[in-house]
Design a protein around this ligand. Structure first.
Ligand SMILES: [Zn+2]
Length: 152
């Protein structure tokens, strides 16, 4: 597996401090960066799961629904680029990328909100996308903020 920071390839999870960071990189970080890295990994876990449980953890407190909203309008450049790519056919990478970015932002806002109220995980994460008007899209990301602790 590969470290997200230094891009070095390691033979096993044994060389890793978190899901994505190798021990070397982790040891080089200051305490604030370490906290953020661990939080990012913890947040990533429930993000990929839309269920209301997190494997290996027990939910100790429910802190309520948290959400993040982003509104994105396609730039002129993006629209022209996208239209040109449509001519090529198939999947439209420029639009796909725009959607991904917008989703990520909505998720980040939700995660910040969860952290502010003392959560260390979010379960039941959902995305909702609405086309507000031509070329203007709203992405809503929401879930239930919880406190979890590792199962003994
Ligand atoms: Zn590394």
């Amino acid at each position: 597996m590969r470290c997200a920071q230094c891009d070095k390839e390691y033979p096993s999870k044994y060389y890793f401090k978190t899901e994505t960071l190798c021990l070397d990189c982790y040891n080089r970080m200051d305490s604030e960066a370490r906290k953020q890295a661990i939080r990012r990994d913890l947040m990533k876990h429930p993000m990929t799961s839309t269920t209301f449980t997190i494997e290996g953890y027990r939910i100790t407190r429910q802190l309520g629904v948290v959400r993040g909203i982003t509104v994105r309008s396609r730039s002129i450049f993006g629209t022209i680029g996208g239209a040109l790519q449509t001519l090529v056919g198939g999947n439209i990478p420029l639009f796909t990328e725009l959607c991904e970015k917008t989703r990520e932002e909505a998720f980040e806002i939700m995660a910040e909100h969860a952290e502010q109220i003392g959560a260390n995980a979010i379960v039941g994460v959902r995305y909702d996308t609405t086309e507000l008007m031509d070329g203007v899209t709203e992405v809503l990301c929401y879930g239930t903020a919880v406190m979890v602790e590792p199962l003994a």
